[in-house]
Design a protein around this ligand. Structure first.
Ligand code: SF4
Length: 347
């Protein structure tokens, strides 16, 4: 009896991994998916909180892709292990803080370990040569294969015909002729393949699969590292960088100010971990204070926070400052004008 071959697919939730998996499933291979949670993923709950994103479906796209394909999805938390990849990427960063090549190597390595533990035969990814300038170039493809340890058990179905044969092709587990030869940045081949497979509704990630490709997000992370004096971070830190306005008036603290109801609700969950400022005389957002502010700093913070309340044009606004293990402080301040909050303070 012919052995049923099994592949594990890296599922980001985007169109490429959806198509790559489908191409292999069409050849009778049993496929299961892996989605790695780094904390920087665009998917997940932070996407769901914003009012302005209301028209977008509130879904985890990786799970949605798995459901479309009818495959099992394993969501694996790699938050801790990923820190080393981000803090010390051997191949450096992309345009922002995205360590794409090291990230890819790391994820394929983890998938390879999973493959061995679970008695699967090979790994598939949705990579396409030339699609992304840093991590998906023809000369980086062998680096991922080699440095991950997966070697020729890593198959990229969407561009396989442009690459050397892999083990699944050599062993005829899959028919190379039925694999694709996509290359370059154009999405047209993917679109027409999606049409052929009758996939109509799929995620179109702009720029990349994680917040590390985002300039504004990366700048906030650099600011966090600079002011802490080291490159460490916790999951809460990187979640909070996705939310609110971040204003740093001095080196000792920054304010995180909710921009809308969804963000305020999200920040509410962190109230006990931070010093917080809540306006009481007027409606306004909850503000979290990250850092070690002095009493003078808190007065400054209160004036800034007051600027974002409905009393911003009034002569005074009263706020309550809640501090850990210290009595709450009720303070009446004159709100800052927008000119008194220089643009350099915005992180
Ligand atoms: S965009 Fe983010 S998740 Fe995707 S390869 Fe680059 S660093 Fe990794």
């Amino acid at each position: 009896m012919v052995k049923q071959r099994k592949a594990v697919a890296l599922i980001s939730g985007g169109l490429d991994s959806l198509l790559a998996t489908k191409v292999i499933m069409e050849q009778g291979i049993h496929v299961e998916g892996i989605n790695f949670f780094t904390g920087f993923c665009v998917e997940g709950h932070t996407h769901a909180i914003r009012q302005k994103d209301k028209v977008k479906p509130k879904r985890n796209n990786a799970l949605w892709v798995a459901e479309q394909l009818g495959i099992k999805l394993h969501i694996i938390d790699i938050v801790e292990e990923y820190k080393e990849v981000l803090i010390n990427p051997k191949h450096g960063y992309g345009a922002n803080l995205n360590p794409c090549l090291d990230c890819k190597i790391f994820m394929v390595k983890k998938a390879y370990e999973w493959m061995q533990e679970n008695d699967f035969d090979f790994i598939i990814t949705g990579e396409v040569i030339g699609q992304r300038p840093k991590s998906q170039r023809k000369n980086t493809m062998p680096i991922v294969q080699k440095n991950s340890g997966a070697f020729d058990r890593l198959l990229r179905p969407l561009c396989a015909k442009n690459l050397p044969e892999t083990l699944p092709e050599k062993e005829a587990w899959v028919d190379r002729e039925k694999l694709m030869n996509f290359s370059g940045r154009s999405r047209k081949p993917q679109m027409s393949l999606a049409k052929k497979f009758e996939f109509e509704d799929y995620a179109q990630p702009a720029g990349g699969c994680c917040f590390l490709t985002d300039k504004a997000y990366s700048e906030k992370l650099v600011d966090l590292w600079q002011h802490r004096g080291h490159k460490e971070y916790e999951l809460d830190d990187i979640m909070l960088l996705k939310v609110g306005r971040h204003i740093r008036p001095t080196d000792s603290f920054k304010l995180i100010i909710g921009r809308e109801e969804g963000e305020n609700n999200f920040l509410e969950g962190y109230r006990k971990q931070f010093i917080s400022i809540q306006p009481i005389s007027h409606t306004g957002p909850l503000v979290l204070i990250d850092g070690e502010p002095s009493a003078e700093d808190l007065q400054l913070a209160a004036k800034i926070a007051a600027r974002f309340t409905q009393g911003k044009n009034e002569s005074s606004v009263t706020v309550q400052i809640d501090r850990h293990e210290a009595p709450s402080w009720v303070l009446t301040v004159k709100p800052f004008t927008s000119e008194e909050i220089p643009s350099e303070w915005y992180v």
